[in-house]
Design a protein around this ligand. Structure first.
Ligand code: UT7
Length: 325
């Protein structure tokens, strides 16, 4: 058994922040941000009505509606978030309550930065393959603006907020292959410490340590070398042809140049690498389900299509999946 995606949904915060808005308080410009990242604007949560929990609930409601299922059929909820507004309970429990899912449902969260959705997806697939879930909800939800350092022009311009969700239904067919990798040895180039450490509040640099810190160029180099490689390894491991057996490459939306470099290194037409980074920026674990939901809505995504999903981020971690949609 494998889980087939039967429903997709997303929640996008109302407030739009353009590159020109950043140029009002930072030494930056629309031209620099567009050229170096492909981003034109991003959506920023209001942090009161739009929290990771509330955005997860809204995205999940849409995915359930799109799937046409009764929430009572859901027997597993796994939510990925690195910017959760809830230490306890797990966001998945909040989603369960708000959707009216029965108590005969397992709920937990995963923390794995940008690849979080793929990690949650593969975790759910494991439950489905072992016969422990028949209908599951997988969510990626992020409020990156809570952790952005708005004095650091190299990072704050990249991030946006939002959530995406997918409903997976068990089917008697193999639809998911994957490779997951990580390198804790390279964790220093992308990090953020937990804010709630009262004994350290007076420590020099603690405030900035609790915002996203990134050595952009190092992360860029890591992404343009490891992402094409893991996709090549996936194709070799599961014996499929990158040119002929893949309809779309759905990559984490972190930087348009990373996506373009990956397409070039793989020798695949750039048109097979859809992007929405120009409108949303880097939404971390929500970026892949948000893009999938958008592609379903505008008709690009059709049943039976073969997709490569690939993501990378803090850890450092990077993963790739080959799925039949
Ligand atoms: O999902 C998490 C994974 N994260 C990523 O994938 C991010 C990967 N990295 C990147 O996307 C790119 O490295 C950035 C977009 C963050 C930066 O682009 P870059 O081409 O690597 O620039 P850089 O960091 O090498 O900086 C080049 C110059 C520097 O100025 P000097 O030292 O050459 O005078 C920076 O201070 O660009 C400057 N700079 C900016 N200038 C205008 C950095 N940020 C900005 C900015 N506006 N926003």
């Amino acid at each position: 058994m494998t889980g087939r995606i039967i429903g997709l949904g997303s929640y996008i915060p109302k407030k739009v922040v353009t590159n020109d808005d950043f140029a009002k308080f930072l030494d930056t410009s629309d031209e620099w941000i567009t050229e170096r990242t492909g981003i034109k604007e991003r959506h920023i949560a209001d942090h009161i009505t739009e929290k990771p929990s509330t955005m997860a609930v809204e995205a999940a409601k849409k995915a359930v509606e799109d799937a046409g299922i009764d929430p009572k059929d859901i027997d597993l909820i796994v939510t990925a978030s690195t910017t959760s507004d809830s230490v306890i309970p797990a966001l998945s429990c909040i989603v369960q309550r708000e959707l009216g899912v029965t108590e005969n449902c397992g709920c937990f969260d995963v923390v794995c930065a940008c690849p979080g959705f793929i990690v949650a997806f593969n975790t759910v697939q494991g439950f489905i393959e072992s016969g422990n879930s028949k209908t599951a909800l997988v969510i990626g939800t992020e409020c990156n603006s809570n952790f952005a350092n708005y004095e650091d022009r190299g990072t704050c311009i990249l991030f946006g907020d939002g959530a995406g969700a997918a409903v997976l239904k068990a089917e008697d067919i193999k639809r998911n292959e994957f490779i997951m990798r990580s390198s804790g040895y390279r964790s220093d180039c992308l990090r953020c410490e937990a804010a709630r450490q009262p004994d350290r509040w007076e420590e020099e640099g603690f405030k900035t340590a609790t915002s996203f810190y990134m050595q952009g160029r190092e992360v860029f180099k890591f992404a343009v070398s490891e992402v094409p490689q893991i996709i090549k390894d996936l194709a070799e491991k599961y014996s499929f042809d990158l040119e002929n057996d893949v309809d779309y490459f759905i990559l984490h939306q972190a930087n348009a140049r990373i996506i373009e470099a990956t397409a070039k290194k793989l020798g695949i037409d750039r048109a097979k690498f859809p992007m929405n980074i120009m409108n949303y920026g880097n939404v971390s674990s929500a970026s892949i389900p948000m893009l999938l939901a958008e592609m379903k809505q505008d008709g690009r995504l059709k049943p039976g299509m073969k997709l490569v999903l690939a993501s990378f981020g803090a850890g450092l971690t990077w993963d790739a999946n080959y799925i039949v949609y």
